[in-house]
Write a protein that binds this ligand. Structure first.
Ligand code: RAT
Ligand code: ZN
Length: 432
């Protein structure tokens, strides 16, 4: 087999990483069966969960945080921003971040990449032309188009037990919602572990006999609820996000919920558990979804969990840059731990570069370099375009060093590794 070197090597790696199909491990995307607020040929559902189109792209919470900064000088407050209609919010964001300023941030650049790759001119001064184009698309065709452009094969959803809107839809017709095999389901239930106090009245209103003390009977009831929802959703894994203050072992009800109800349920059904650790919710409550922040969390707690539950597969992403090295080292110690993604505030090329380099050097190809966390369909285009480039650069450098060390690099190696990193590792972890 031919040995590839020099500029040919970098080009071969870019090509292989650009072409590898993606299994996106964590998104907030949905199919039209969950309802959608817009599109040709469908009943418009204002509370629909499938978000797509220019107004949703621009009112992404990453961009809301940025417009609140740009607009502060002319008196824009969170209250004023949220009093606007969605259309007005999008118009304002376009004007402040894209027309009157250069869209230099990663979230802004993402919109530019997305529009360009959809064949639209990203330099319009108003949103009229974009709105017209999106209104002519049907949601189903748009999903096909976006997955094709982004090279994404599987879009793992986040199906939150505590989201009343989504819950009603599952109770109405679970089969309909599970119909598209490109969109695997994930059972998510943060409040069971992070906010038992407020979870109790919700669970009671759904008919489960639980109490604040988390009696043995309440544990059984949480188990019963998890069994019902696992049967209804048939998830590929269970998930929760946790604050930086989360510790394991812990003495509170949330910790007992985890060890006595959640982990036994995962064990029974062979389901991996994904932990997203390090988010402090609502540091600025007025900013709503744009008001969450990051804090360094405790990696030793992750190690404890992996040691105490050696047969449970854990997939872990951490939000703070400071936790990344310790997490990668911990994964060297526990084969049941797989780090995944460069989450949220880490989903920037400079940090993807740093984190992916470190993981590759410490773990070889045994991790999941990225997930998109998309909330709006078309974001798949830019998140994967930008991430693929960052991952290819790191992988290319590592091959060059390996070639220097004396090992010929071949196309077959490159294709195998690109496929593994973007798709294969997720597929094999979820099917074990
Ligand atoms: O990245 C995000 O969009 C966050 O708002 C959250 O969705 C986070 O990823 C989460 O899943 O909790
Ligand atoms: Zn998310």
């Amino acid at each position: 087999l031919p040995n590839i070197a020099g500029p040919d090597l970098a080009t071969a790696v870019e090509k292989a990483v650009a072409q590898a199909p993606v299994w996106d491990f964590h998104t907030h995307l949905y199919t039209p069966a969950f309802g959608t607020p817009m599109g040709r040929g469908v009943d418009h559902d204002p509370r629909g969960l499938m978000l797509w189109g220019i107004d949703e792209l621009l009112t992404y919470h990453y961009l809301i945080a940025e417009v609140l900064r740009e607009g502060a000088g002319e008196g824009l407050t969170p209250q004023r921003f949220y009093s606007l209609s969605k259309t007005e919010q999008a118009d304002l964001i376009w004007r402040k971040l894209f027309v009157e300023a250069t869209p230099l941030s990663e979230a802004c650049r993402g919109v530019v990449t997305t529009l360009t790759r959809l064949g639209l001119d990203p330099g319009e001064t108003t949103l009229d032309a974009y709105r017209k184009w999106f209104a002519e698309q049907s949601p189903d065709e748009q999903i096909d188009r976006v997955l094709e452009i982004a090279g994404v094969e599987k879009v793992t959803m986040t199906n939150d037990l505590f989201d009343g809107n989504e819950r009603e839809r599952w109770l109405a017709d679970a089969d309909l919602l599970r119909a598209d095999s490109r969109f695997p389901t994930v059972l998510r239930f943060d409040a069971l572990v992070t906010d038992w106090e407020h979870a109790v009245p919700r669970l009671q209103s759904w008919g489960y006999e639980v109490d604040q003390e988390l009696s043995p009977r309440a544990i059984d009831e949480v188990r019963r609820m998890l069994e019902e929802w696992i049967a209804r959703l048939r998830p590929v894994y269970c998930a929760m996000s946790l604050p930086p203050t989360w510790r394991f072992p812990g003495a509170d009800e949330g910790a007992r919920c985890l060890t006595d109800a959640i982990l036994p349920a995962c064990g029974e059904h062979g389901l991996p558990l994904a932990l997203m650790i390090g988010v402090t919710r609502q540091i600025n409550p007025e900013a709503k979804l744009a008001g969450d922040t990051v804090g360094a969390a405790d990696v030793a707690s992750v190690a404890h969990l992996c040691r105490e539950f050696p047969h449970q597969r854990f997939l872990v992403t951490m939000l703070s840059r400071e936790n990344q090295h310790e997490l990668a080292v911990t994964a060297r110690k526990f084969a049941n731990l797989t780090p995944f993604g460069c989450w949220w505030f880490l989903n920037n090329p400079s940090l993807i570069d740093e984190i992916t380099r470190m993981r590759l050097e410490l773990l070889g190809p045994t991790f999941i370099p990225q997930h998109s966390d998309c909330r709006v369909l078309e974001q798949l285009i830019y998140k994967w375009d930008h991430s693929r480039r960052a991952i290819a650069a790191v992988l290319g450098d590592q091959y060059a060093k390996l070639a220097d060390a004396g090992l010929p690099i071949t196309d077959r190696m490159i294709e195998r590794d690109a496929h593994r990193l973007l798709h294969g590792n997720v597929a094999s972890l979820l099917s074990r």
